[in-house]
Design a protein. Sequence first.
Length: 173
Amino acid sequence: MEIVPDLNPLLIVYSYHHNNTLKIARKISEILNAEIKTPLEINLDSLSDYTLIGFGSGIYSAKHHESLLSLADKLPPGENKPAFLFSTAALTGESKTRNDHRSLREKLESKGYFIIGDFSCKGFNTNSFLKYLGGMNKGRPNEQDLKDAEAFAHRMKEKVLEPATQNPRTPIE
């Protein structure tokens, strides 16, 4: 009989303007049964209790919110702990997501966290001059974005719970 490890996930989320990223975090949390906390609520000493950590925020000037980046600088060694990144942004795409997630990814990897996936979708944006035009991506994240976030969460769960012999610690997303 195979022993399946307990999954004890945490989502660390900064979501402000329209709570776009919080909507995605809540959907991911439904699948993973994860706690959701803000960067200010994190007790660094308790992070070792979690088996999977997701880091998410909107994208600000091509990177995650400063509160997540600052938290990443303070994190204790991850000891190859699996983690994933997620975001909402005005513009998306595989290359853009890779670039937007680079700063946080590099900080986490330098601390010993193993990034197993990335997720991004469009979010309603009224920053700067866009507020005078009614905003951009109104209605996003939408139902399809939430379904995509749900599918992503299932993949992250499977990746963490699969037997070690089938998990070469190679990113899948």
